[in-house]
Design a protein around this ligand. Structure first.
Ligand code: ADE
Length: 268
């Protein structure tokens, strides 16, 4: 069907087992990217087209989808768009969860890549411009101090493991901690440290949760815009470095996509 060609539904349509899926080349890649400034360079790089008129999503939502073919891959890139009244990007876990859920339902991706910027901890080896692949993700702002609910709140999970990709592309690895604030409260600091995180973002663990629910492998590529345990105020450092670090993210993501092209999940 023409719709299938555009949105890609190969794995689901073929009704493959998980083992079978992992031993055929990845064909349908879904990017989830929170900010327009992070997304647009990749839209250009992969020559994606914006789905303007026929939204695959429920009418009225601000989510934006770009699609196209790059080498042997069908690529969809989805961002949560702008807040309808405030006009700023819908960053954070709520929009990320919703857009991930809806995108998986319709697009049936083989693999999700959540790419974006992050804060980094120099005590854990992060510098501005570094690009990390997250080995693990967890939340740092969901405090439920009751046995077992505490663990539920933290929501730690391993991300899809890509040892060959990380090694061959010489990428840094570290744990990612997610919360809905750009700044860091004293509790956040303690929780991030307990999570053993090197990088801090506002979407990763939420996307991991949804991907896990729907059994889609997800990887997290995070470029460092600001050093959380440094001297500069986070907001200034973030705004100052956003453009240059987005360019570094771009280069890394392109390498990652080129690496994935033609490979199966089990080879990553
Ligand atoms: N994205 C970029 N910098 C960040 C930070 N310090 N915290 C959370 N998300 C970020």
């Amino acid at each position: 069907a023409p719709t299938d060609e555009i949105i890609g539904a190969t794995a689901a349509a073929a009704n493959m087992t998980e083992a079978e899926e992992r031993s055929r080349p990845v064909s349908n890649l879904l990017f989830i990217i929170a900010m327009q400034a992070e997304a647009l360079p990749l839209v250009t790089k992969f020559q994606l087209t914006e789905d303007t008129d026929r939204s695959i999503f429920t009418k009225g939502v601000p989510w934006v989808r770009y699609y196209g073919n790059y080498k042997d891959l069908q690529i969809n890139l989805v961002r949560p768009g702008k807040d309808p009244s405030l006009g700023v990007d819908n960053v954070g876990t709520i929009s990320a969860s919703l857009v991930t859920y809806a995108s998986i339902q319709v697009l049936k991706p083989d693999l999700i890549i959540n790419a974006g910027t992050s804060g980094g901890f120099k005590a854990k080896g992060a510098s501005v411009g570094d690009v990390f692949v997250a080995t693990d993700v967890a939340f740092h702002d969901r405090r439920i101090p009751i046995p077992v609910f505490d663990l539920y709140g933290i929501g730690a999970r391993r991300s899809f493991s890509t040892p060959n990709l990380v090694k061959d592309l010489n990428l840094k690895e570290g744990k990612l901690s997610t919360g809905d604030s750009l700044d860091m409260s004293p509790h956040d600091a303690a929780a991030i440290s307990a999570n053993d995180a090197t990088v801090k973002d506002m979407e990763g663990a939420a996307i991991a949760y949804v991907a896990d629910l729907l059994s889609v492998p997800a990887v997290f590529v995070k470029a460092v815009t600001d050093i959380v345990d440094g001297e500069k105020p986070t907001t200034e450092e973030f705004v100052d470095n956003l453009a240059s670090v987005t360019a570094a993210l771009d280069r890394a993501v392109t390498q990652v996509v080129d690496y994935i092209n033609g490979k199966c999940l089990s080879e990553l």
